[in-house]
Ligand binder design. Sequence first.
Ligand SMILES: *Cc1c(COP(=O)(O)O)cnc(C)c1O
Length: 368
Amino acid sequence: MERENIYVTRSSMPPYEEYIEAIKPLWKSHWLTNMGEYHRELEEKLKEYLEVSNLSLMVNGHMALELAIQVMDFPEGSEVITTPFTFISTTHAIVRNRLKPVFCDVKLSDGTIDEDKIEDLITEKTVAIVPVHVYGNVCNVEEIQRIADKYNLKVIYDAAHAFGVKYKGRGIGNYGDASIFSFHATKIFNTIEGGAVAFSDPNLYGKLYNLKNFGIRGEELVTSVGANAKMNEFSAIMGLCNLKHIEGTIAKRKRLFEEYRSGLKDILGFRLFEAGTGTEQNYGYFPVLIEEEYLLNRDELYEKLRDHNVYTRKYFFPLTSDQACFKNRFRDTELVCARELAKEVLVLPMYEEMQMEKLVYILDLLNN
Ligand SMILES: *Cc1c(COP(=O)(O)O)cnc(C)c1O
């Protein structure tokens, strides 16, 4: 029997009519980008939803991170402590700012930066920490802040996976000096392509506005070396539509997440990450760790599932520090746990519209 392919993710979309209705006014205004009405509206609605005081929309999550780092004005060649167990964008954003990533190991329990290993990596050149709330797992924000305060470092979170996550009842974007979110088509909330920076210092709003608009200050005045990172109106409207349905999106994912979790409970050799206490999750991904007790190793299981039309992802393998563009370029650090996770991790298919029978089919394959 030919089975239809099951991919790791599928974008959430609002009902067709809803979006078409919502974009109609653009044919009157002809205002398609450059911080239009819907850009402003989405910024306001997202501040509310994410419970943050300051937010700047961006064309994507990567530019959000690149500009969040640029706006801090670090001296060229400074060191930034970060993690290699992430999407390549995190490391690119640091290196493209002419800063040096110093890779810190992660915790086996949840894949986030190991706060106990940060202080050993600090030198007089260190200016910032860029941790990642990987899969929406919350970093130890309190300990990271304590270290940052002690050494006078900035903290910029890559919260690309953590849209809607709360920690101790507070929106995750309130921690550190800034947090970036991604609204890419594959993330739980999307604007097709898009992203945002949430930040604590209100003075950064004007600076980020400037940086995302070529550094233009006035009609005849350019004051900084900016980029073009503006979100267009079609994307902003997609965001407004998707935001209306976000509670439902997360609820549907939660059901799938829990079905997977209870289905895997009794299979030997499958380990799940631990959600820390005090966190409200967003169920954005379903990563599993394939340990030695399982019949197959991770790579064999990946192939086997593919033979049965189930497309999983080795998120995150290889480590960004091992990628061809970065290998042997930066300070050599010990990454024992990050390497172990990269070898064992597999992200299983999960998306809003996924039918339960597909999930049950995958569980059956894993069991056999
Ligand atoms: C998706 C992602 C990004 C980049 O976001 P884009 O919107 O795709 O540019 C950055 N960091 C992490 C961890 C991501 O998963």
